[in-house]
Design a protein around this ligand. Structure first.
Ligand code: COA
Length: 166
């Protein structure tokens, strides 16, 4: 696992485990509708048990998850790859408003994808709402390529993207 990375903001990237369920739940509970519109990997308003369940495969080594934490230990961002050993390992990322636009999303995504590369995963997939230009641009720059369309909130409103190991 990657060690924490930090900068002058007192923020750092740390691996998450089941022990982080309460603060990860607090993170998901804090996200406003503008973020949830694009990012709700555990459905709208996930309860504490849903978040605990989401971390079970992390503890079992089937998923990998990292968080961006502040000096007080609050989680401000979460990125993961689910189903590492399955046919379509799936990437997701979301940042709190206060942590956006400062390079942390890129760093968090790179940290998680480094785990995929260390595990020699041939493929990582994701879906992104087509109007989410910021995320789409980030993903393209990280090596994801357009692979098709899919439905999230309305018919074919999202892209499927694939990142294949060179
Ligand atoms: C998308 C998200 C993860 C990006 O994280 P971030 O910390 O805000 O972004 P960063 O500051 O690290 O910038 C990452 C890249 O995004 C792209 N980007 C940022 N702002 C952009 C904009 N206004 N237009 C297009 N691309 C933009 C750039 O490629 C940028 O990299 P660069 O600055 O090196 O060129 C974050 O904004 C977020 O969580 N948004 C809400 C939830 C969400 O959309 N999740 C993804 C669901 S698929």
């Amino acid at each position: 696992m990657t060690d924490g990375r930090s900068d002058g903001d007192g923020l750092r990237i740390v691996p998450l485990t089941g022990a982080d369920a309460a603060r990860l739940h607090a993170f998901y509970s804090s996200l406003g509708p503008d973020i949830v519109w694009f990012y709700e990997p555990y459905g709208p308003s996930p309860d504490a048990d849903r978040i605990r369940q989401a971390l079970v495969p992390v503890d079992a080594g089937r998923d990998v998850a990292f968080g961006l934490e502040d000096a007080a230990g609050a989680i401000l961002g979460h990125a993961f790859i689910a189903d590492l050993r399955g046919p379509t390992p799936t990437f997701g990322i979301g940042m709190a408003s206060c942590a956006q636009g400062k390079g942390w999303g890129r760093r968090l995504a790179e940290t998680v994808l480094a785990e995929a590369d260390a595990a020699a995963l041939p493929l990582v997939t994701l879906t992104v709402v087509q109007e989410n230009v910021r995320a789409y641009t980030l993903y393209r720059s990280l090596g994801f390529e357009l692979a098709g369309e899919c439905t999230f909130r309305s018919l074919n409103d999202s892209y499927v993207m694939h990142r294949r190991r060179a």
